[in-house]
Design a protein around this ligand. Structure first.
Ligand code: GDP
Ligand code: ZN
Length: 316
């Protein structure tokens, strides 16, 4: 970080941070940060998001007088968005070009709401981001939590999802996680208190120093810089985009008929529905409902689906 790195006068780089007034870029996989601003009206064709550039975006830049100018944004392979406000159709791009997303939850405290998990998973499916659920605080398990975890895994592994149980405190499975992160840009999400900071520190202790310094300097300046998404390099390889405690991940612009295709276990059987398209609510001969009745699709997942369908109706 302290080493003097020569920034080529022009080239391609990745947005690793947005501070409000400017962006920080780096030529990944190198970590050679330099500041940049947007030159003119740079915007990706067809994007209606409130922010033109997001963390993870690949951009073209020109670098002169210690400052970069972003001149173009490359098409995104994927991205994750948040609705700007309730009942709003406006979208904010949280992060782009993700190789993998990790949703961190716990069986202990804070409580994990399945509707929230399902919403996150649907967002990842809709935008083509592979996702893993990390259950943290494995060290706290007693018999009851062990059972709760088994039930949770039953639902989500049953739906086809990848789950890893870890402990930031004892380090259990942290090596396995480190291996998975290497060579990739990874999004870390989870509600406040699940142990996101502790996990990042367990993965790479040097990151905690950077993050703590930033948070305290933000406090000194009385600014909420921590509400911005930011990418960090992990010493053992790969990058983590740390998302501040997410509240509402929202889906934008999906058609009602499409929603069930973002539930992998429903997608698998829906070809057998008598009607097409089928909303899997009232239609006779519905293969999804039959699978729920037969116990091969989790009722919890199905209720989440109905809830999202209902919510989507409110936007129409
Ligand atoms: P964040 O808000 O998601 O960044 O969560 P923190 O990393 O600040 O952790 C919240 C609380 O959970 C702290 O008191 C941590 O010490 C605790 N914690 C985090 N990870 C673990 C874990 O694996 N096991 C246990 N027992 N506590 C943990
Ligand atoms: Zn159906």
């Amino acid at each position: 970080m302290t080493e003097e790195v020569k920034i080529p006068p022009k080239g391609q780089a990745v947005v690793v941070k947005h501070t409000g007034s400017h962006y920080l870029l780096s030529q990944l996989p190198e970590w050679n940060l330099f500041p940049a601003v947007l030159r003119g009206k740079v915007r990706l064709k067809g994007s209606t998001a409130t922010n033109p550039v997001a963390v993870g975006d690949v951009v073209d830049y020109i670098f002169e007088d210690e400052m970069g100018a972003i001149t173009a944004i490359h098409p995104r392979k994927n991205y994750i968005i948040r609705r700007s406000a309730n009942l709003s159709r406006e979208a904010h791009i949280i992060a782009a070009n993700l190789d993998h997303a990790y949703l961190i939850v716990t069986m202990a405290f804070p409580e994990t709401k399945l509707a929230f998990v399902d919403r996150f998973l649907v967002t990842c499916e809709a935008y083509g981001v592979p996702v893993t659920i990390l259950i943290n605080k494995r060290d706290l398990y007693d018999e009851a939590l062990e059972e709760m975890s088994a039930a949770f895994r039953g639902i989500y592994e049953g739906a086809g999802y990848d789950i890893l149980e870890v402990s930031a405190i004892t380090g259990e499975n942290v090596d396995a996680l480190r291996e998975r992160l290497a060579g990739k840009v990874n999004l870390f999400s989870g509600t406040s208190g699940v142990g996101k900071s502790s996990l990042i520190k367990a993965l790479d202790p040097s990151l905690e120093l950077i993050r703590t310094a930033e948070i305290s300097s933000a406090h000194l300046q009385g600014r909420h810089t921590t509400t911005f998404y930011e990418m960090y390099p992990i010493a053992s390889g790969g990058f983590v985009i740390d998302s501040p405690g997410i509240r509402g991940f929202g889906l934008v612009d999906f058609k009602k008929e499409e929603l069930s295709t973002y539930f992998p276990e429903m997608l698998k059987v829906m070809d057998n529905c008598r009607f097409s398209p089928c909303t899997h609510t009232h239609e006779p001969g519905c293969a999804v409902k039959a699978a729920v009745d037969a116990g091969t699709i989790s009722p919890d997942r199905y209720y989440s689906y109905l809830g999202m369908l209902e919510e989507e109706n409110k936007y129409r």
